[in-house]
Design a protein around this ligand. Sequence first.
Ligand code: TIU
Length: 223
Amino acid sequence: TLMTLRVRARPGPFACDLRNTALVLIDMQRDFIEPGGFGETLGNDVGQLAQAVEPAARLLAWARTYGLLVVHTRESHAPDLSDCPPAKRCRGEPSLRIGDMGPMGRVLVRGEPGNAIIDALQPIAGEVELDKPGKGAFYDTGLQEILQRRAITHLIFGGVTTEVCVQTSMREANDRGYDCLLVEEATASYFPYFKQATLEMIAAQGGIVGWTCKLDAVLRGVS
Ligand code: TIU
């Protein structure tokens, strides 16, 4: 049975048993990727994130082929904003604040049109949809318990943005004992040099946060 992934990665080879591995796609939601959402209200060029969509879709299709647990996260807040710290809502000078009405509904609020996962990556039955109020996927969510119930030990990451929610989630996972692999083409940042710096800081110092690799290595790495 084809159940082991072995890839050439940085800083060195990464291997995992797919039965104990989950794919975690971070915040591939309209709020960040499409015009009129939270990402654009912060002053960002959301076009930068489009590059990650097709690779993430290929990664997702691969994970489904091998029956991996798939976790889709969304950065989101309750409609009453009870899980949105004022420090987060008041930060900076966005054109719209979290909870305000925008072109895709209330900004970063659960259940609004802008909070949906993009069409190209729609979750299917059996996949986990995880709402997270913070940047990290473990903060104030049940993610660790979900992973423990499935005996997951290794995590493959994609999503946006590389240096904010993806890296924060990888660091949280790393501290909880998970071996983490970030797929380079399946992640993007509004700032390409932040993506590049993040890939390097993850793999530096012998993989201080984890590993990074090319999408092709994953797609062709199961034996
Ligand atoms: N602003 C930014 O780059 N990212 C976020 O606010 N959230 C995520 O990365 N998902």
